[in-house]
Ligand binder design. Structure first.
Ligand code: PTT
Ligand code: SF4
Length: 605
């Protein structure tokens, strides 16, 4: 096999045992890597109803056939598990030197199960794997843990760690790498904490088997050069994703006061241009010349790495208009190891609940000092923090009072940073995303504003399905960053050339789409299997706020989604996907994709 190492490393933390497992080439050809491997392993090996925080759950760090090879933006890693936040399939895509080192150690994925009897660090060096005592690191922030581990091991190792949020099983805890790459929104850090696994340290010194190494070297050099020629390159290096703040404000998409307004009267203070004045450096993932992490000094003089999503969820959504304060909250999220999007979501929820008198605690919009304290309480599950640590879905079930209407989540995952009061296509993207309300699979909102925001027609469904296949399927399986393609316009043909040099095979668009269909259908099957009797098409519908409560401010004031039209569009989406009226893949769809065995475990209602 070329392009893949052909091995997973299975790790049982209960038994302190690591076993390399060769896998069949057909797995690579049918599922490609990354998300594809993760979905297949979780489907095949988890028993229905596995408790996500039990030793039986698996935590997977998966790479793909393009990961870690010196080509542009290839230092990415899929971190996947059954999610403790949603109860369904969960994953994230993080930049980390661990991605490169896993491949160079001779593996395509680490598959971790069990629970260590006391905190451990997993140390992998090529074929060696040891379980080191982590008691001295338990309780430290992810930054401190990484600093200490880097001093102990070499500078070039890949390190993934959790902070106190993961240790204390906060349901939206992430895993952190390189002090700012944070991945696995639906609680992958909590799964790691439940296994008493503080950190993974990986060192690889071997070469990745490639079909045509010389061609790959040439293509990599050319690929980096090609990116430099893209017209948007220099602006991207200046602002990265932060330029989206202005766009969202202009288009009434900015999450504001728990997704009520779409515009924020202090938007200028959190904009990409304001950030540029504060910026001290760029940071990024390995093997990237587009480094989009904007490092600024926060209100305490410490470094904080800013992206659009974490900035707006921790500013407009909770009423803060001062970027250095936002940067402090963002740094706390990275140090404690929370997902910043969900953190902004639960804080906004708490403020609205306080405003409406549904909780006894007083927590005001924009109250920076109180918010800081509350973030720490969430990490240690104290007082109101304990309620919020469960995520907005669970919190709203506890406090009631109609809060279900404005608990801003889909399938338990808090909505990422786009208000959809007037974006039905993007609302459908959130409704049908593979992990709950995240924009990763299909960020179609900028396309939609040009295509006509009021439409609920088939063209939106078609565009959504196409985007989900490419982003949620192909890029997550290749396991490389998609920004060169979708933000700078690197032609997709480059990836097909890379794949040929890596694997020696031709992957036509049709072949890649079929693999993506297979992956996305298997993920949907996983959700249906795990939700079992509770599965319903209503889980594909975003929160009622967007349908019942019109935007309260800005040029689009008064806009609201139409539930009937949304449901018609959802029917069309199911039809296009080959799913039944309840959003469950039909037998013929599964059979066509070589997933016939899946049907026996699914109630095809
Ligand atoms: C991603 C999600 C995003 S999406 C952002 S900002 W974005 C938030 N970043 C967080 C952060 O930072 N700290 C923190 N404590 N929590 C955070 N939560 C949020 O996490 C990320 C980049 C970004 S920045 C995006 S869009 C792209 N996402 C990709 C993807 O999904 N797939 C892919 N093949 N390539 C991608 N490239 C880009 O990667 P999650 P990262 Mg993160 C400080 O991981 O779980 O997927 O959530 O991974 O290394 O930080 O890269 O405007
Ligand atoms: Fe990482 Fe940004 Fe580079 Fe993508 S463009 S690899 S997210 S630094």
């Amino acid at each position: 096999m070329q392009g893949w190492t052909g091995f997973f490393l299975n790790i049982d933390l209960t038994k302190s045992k690591a076993t390399p497992e060769p896998y069949d080439e057909s797995l690579a050809l049918n599922f490609l890597g990354g998300r594809g491997f993760a979905a297949k392993i979780l489907w095949d090996t988890l028993k229905q109803g596995t408790d996500p925080l039990s030793p039986e759950n698996k935590l997977i760090f998966a790479t793909g056939p393009l990961t870690g090879i010196g080509l542009p933006n290839s230092g990415k890693l899929v971190i996947a598990s059954k999610s403790p936040l949603t109860g369904g399939y969960g994953d994230g895509n993080s930049g980390s030197w661990a991605a490169v080192n896993i491949r160079k150690a001779g593996y395509d994925a680490l598959v971790i199960e069990g629970k260590a009897s006391k905190p451990v660090i997993l140390h992998i060096k090529d074929k060696m794997c040891e379980f080191l005592d982590a008691s001295y690191l338990w309780g430290t922030s992810s930054f401190e843990a990484e600093d200490q581990l880097r001093k102990k091991h070499s500078k070039l190792v890949g390190i993934i760690s959790i902070g106190p949020a993961g240790e204390n099983l906060v349901k939206f805890a992430t895993v952190v790498s390189q002090k700012g790459r944070s991945g696995g929104r639906p609680g992958m850090g909590a799964v790691m904490g439940s296994k008493n696994l503080k950190a993974v340290v990986v060192e690889g010194t071997m070469s990745i088997p490639l079909a045509n190494p010389d061609e790959m070297k040439r293509l990599s050099v050319d690929g980096y050069k090609e990116l430099l020629t893209k017209p948007l390159y220099s602006f991207w290096k200046r602002q990265g994703t932060m330029s989206t703040v202005e766009w969202s404000q202009e288009n009434s998409c900015l999450p504001t006061f728990n997704f009520r307004q779409g515009v924020f009267n202090k938007a200028e203070g959190i904009s990409g241009f304001t950030m540029e004045k504060m910026k001290v450096s760029n940071r990024g993932c390995p093997q990237c010349n587009m480094t989009c992490g904007n490092v600024v000094k926060d209100s305490e003089g410490k470094d904080s790495e800013l992206d659009y999503e974490n900035v707006v969820m921790l500013s407009s959504n909770i009423g803060i208009g001062n970027l250095s304060q936002v940067a402090t909250l963002n740094r706390l999220a990275d140090e404690f190891g929370f997902d910043s999007i969900s953190l902004g979501g639960v804080l906004g929820f708490a403020m609205e609940a306080s405003e409406k008198g549904l909780i006894s605690e007083k927590i005001n919009w924009g109250d920076f000092e109180e918010i800081k304290k509350l973030i720490i309480d969430i990490a240690y599950k104290r007082g109101l923090g304990a309620l919020l640590a469960e995520g907005v879905r669970a919190a709203s079930e506890t406090i009631g009072g109609g809060s279900i209407d404005w608990a801003m989540h889909v399938k338990g995952l808090e909505i990422s940073a786009y208000d959809c009061h007037i974006a039905p296509g993007m609302a459908l993207a959130y409704g049908t995303s593979s992990i709950g309300a995240h924009h990763k699979d299909a960020w179609i909102i900028t396309w939609e504003t040009k295509a006509g925001r009021e439409n609920y027609d088939q063209s939106k469904v078609d565009h959504l399905v196409k985007t989900q296949l490419l982003r949620g399927g192909t890029f997550e399986a290749l396991t490389v960053c998609r920004f060169p393609y979708n933000s700078l316009g690197l032609e997709f043909e480059w990836y097909r050339k890379y794949l040929r040099a890596s694997t020696g095979q031709d992957f036509s668009m049709e072949r890649l789409n079929q693999i993506s269909e297979r992956i996305l259908n298997l993920i949907r099957a996983f959700w249906v299997r795990e939700y079992n009797e509770k599965w319903s098409r209503n889980l594909d519908v975003p929160p009622r706020r967007w349908f019942k409560e019109p935007l309260t401010e800005g040029p689009m004031k008064g806009s609201v989604l139409n539930l009937e039209k949304y449901n018609t569009m959802l029917d069309a989406y199911y039809e296009t996907r080959g799913w039944n009226k309840n959003g469950v893949p039909k037998i013929e769809t599964l059979e066509k994709l070589g997933l016939a065995d899946v049907t026996s475990q699914l109630k095809l209602r």
